[in-house]
Design a binder for this molecule. Structure first.
Ligand code: GAL
Length: 417
C-alpha cells in the first residue's frame, strides 16, 4: 500500500513536471529506470549524443530495477493524456503498448537506416508490430551471469565453477571462511532473475522453453522444476540476513568491496564494476551460471516512441536514429555492460566480459540456445510474469516448500493467462 501511494505521488509529480517540459517542442522527455551509478553513466552517453545535435533532454527517472515502478508511472501518464516522448521498455510490455495504439510508427527512419538488415530477429519480434517499427533497441542484456570478486575467490582457492555441484561447494567454502557467499537483493524481480539461470540450468533449454515460453503445465510441474526450486533454497541459505528489499546495485557493491563472493545478476551489474574502476579478469570475474554455459536468456532495452498525436516528431526520429547508430551502440554498451542490438558492430572496444557476451549471443542465436528472459518480460506478458514472480518470491522466502511451489506455479500461470 505504502509503495503504491509513493508511486502514485511520483506519477502525479512527474505528470505536472512533464507538462512544462514538453511545451517548447524542441526536446525529448525520456522516462527510464537507469538510476544506478553504472546505468546513469551509460545514459549520459545517449544524453550527450542528443545534446550535441541541439536536442534538449528532459530526464524522467523512475528508480527501480527491472522497470516495474517505471511502468506504473507510465500508465498514469498515458491515462492523464500526457505520454512522455520516449520510454524505456522491455519485451512484451512494448507489444502491449503498441497493440493499444500508443506508439508512433518509426518505419521511415528504420527504412532509411536499414534496421531490418542489422537488428537480430530475436529483437525484431519485440520491436515491430504488424510490420511497423514501434521502438528503437538500445542493447541486448542477458540474465544468466555470475559476478565474482576475484581476490575473494583466490584467497579461498575457488576456481570458476563449471557445475551446480562446484558452485554449491564454493558457497560452502565461502561460508566457512566467514565471507557472505552470495550478495542478493530480496525484491521479486531480483529473485526471478536468479531463477532464470537456476531454472535454465536445471531444466535445460527445451525445458526452459516449454515451461516459461510455452507455459506447458507438465514442464511447470516437472521434477526438474522441483530441482530448480530446491536450488533456490540453497541460494537463499547463502545470503546475509539483510538481503530483504536491498537494491541490486548495493548487492553488486558487496561483491565489489569483497564483502561477498558472488552475485547472480544480468550484465548491467558489470556497469557497476566499471563505474567503480574495476577491471574484468583482474578485480572481478564474469561467467555463465554453471550449467548454462551454452545458453543465453536475454532481455533487450528499447525506447518506445509514444505517439504525440500524429507523425513521429523530428526529435523522436533523431533519438531513434542516434540509438541505432553503430558508434553509439558501441560507446553506450561498453559502459552499460550489455552488447549491441546490431549484428554489425565490432567488439574491439569491449572488455573481456563484453567480448564474451557478444560471442555467446551470436553462438546461442545460431545454435537455438537463445531464449527470452522470463524475469525481464521477454518470455510472457506482464500478467504471467508477475504470477511467476509471486510464486518464486513466496517460495524463496520460505512460505512453502518446493513440491507446493510446483502446484502454485501451475495454478498461478493458469489464472494469469
Ligand atoms: C533491466 C534492464 C537493464 C537494467 C536492469 C536493472 O530490466 O533491462 O537495463 O537497467 O533492469 O535496472
Amino acid at each position: 500500500m505504502r509503495s503504491y501511494m509513493k508511486t502514485t505521488a511520483i506519477a502525479l509529480a512527474l505528470t505536472a513536471a512533464a507538462g512544462a517540459a514538453k511545451a517548447d517542442g524542441h526536446g525529448v522527455e525520456v522516462l527510464h529506470w537507469w538510476t544506478s551509478g553504472g546505468e546513469a553513466a551509460a545514459l549520459n552517453v545517449l544524453k550527450g549524443d542528443l545534446e550535441s545535435q541541439g536536442i534538449a533532454w528532459t530526464d524522467m527517472p523512475v528508480a527501480g530495477g527491472g522497470g516495474e515502478q517505471a511502468m506504473t508511472v507510465l500508465r498514469a501518464r498515458v491515462t492523464a493524456g500526457n505520454a512522455p516522448t520516449a520510454v524505456q521498455g522491455l519485451g512484451f510490455d512494448i507489444l502491449d503498448w503498441a497493440n493499444e495504439g500508443a506508439l508512433a510508427n518509426l518505419n521511415e527512419v528504420a527504412a532509411a537506416e536499414g534496421w531490418d538488415n542489422v537488428v537480430p530477429a530475436a529483437l525484431q519480434q519485440f520491436a515491430k508490430v504488424d510490420g511497423a517499427w514501434v521502438s528503437a533497441p538500445v542493447n541486448v542484456h542477458s540474465t544468466n551471469w555470475v559476478w565474482a570478486n576475484k581476490a575473494v575467490l583466490d584467497a579461498n582457492g575457488i576456481s570458476v565453477p563449471e557445475t551446480w555441484e562446484d558452485f554449491a561447494a564454493a558457497l560452502e567454502t565461502l561460508a566457512a571462511a566467514g565471507v557472505i557467499p552470495i550478495a542478493h537483493g530480496g525484491q521479486p524481480w531480483q529473485d526471478a532473475t536468479v531463477f532464470d539461470a537456476v531454472a535454465m540450468s536445471a531444466l535445460g533449454p527445451d525445458g526452459y522453453k516449454a515451461a516459461f515460453i510455452d507455459l506447458d503445465p507438465e514442464a511447470l510441474a516437472s521434477d526438474e522444476m522441483k530441482v530448480a526450486f530446491d536450488r533456490m533454497a540453497v541460494i537463499r541459505a547463502n545470503l546475509d540476513e539483510n538481503f530483504s528489499g536491498r537494491d541490486w546495485n548495493l548487492a553488486t557493491a558487496m561483491v565489489i568491496n569483497g564483502e561477498a563472493g558472488f552475485q547472480m545478476m544480468g550484465d548491467w551489474a558489470k556497469g557497476e564494476f566499471l563505474n567503480a574502476g574495476k577491471v574484468p579478469g583482474e578485480d572481478f570475474l564474469c561467467f555463465r551460471f554453471p550449467g548454462t554455459q551454452d545458453q543465453v536468456t536475454f532481455n533487450a532495452d528499447q525506447f518506445m516512441m509514444f505517439d504525440q498525436g500524429g507523425a513521429v516528431s523530428a526529435e523522436q526520429a533523431a533519438l531513434a536514429s542516434a540509438i541505432l547508430s553503430p558508434s553509439f551502440q558501441s560507446a553506450f554498451n561498453v559502459v552499460k555492460g550489455s552488447v549491441p542490438a546490431r549484428t554489425d558492430v565490432s567488439d574491439a572496444d569491449f572488455d573481456a566480459c563484453g567480448k564474451q557476451g557478444m560471442a555467446d549471443l551470436a553462438a546461442a542465436a545460431e545454435s537455438g540456445n537463445l531464449f527470452g528472459s522470463m524475469a525481464h518480460g521477454h518470455a510472457n506478458p506482464a500478467a504471467v510474469k508477475n504470477a511467476m514472480y509471486d510464486v518464486i518470491t513466496a517460495h524463496f522466502n520460505g512460505e512453502f516448500d518446493s513440491e507446493t511451489a510446483l502446484d502454485e506455479l501451475v495454478t498461478a500461470v493458469e489464472i494469469a493467462q
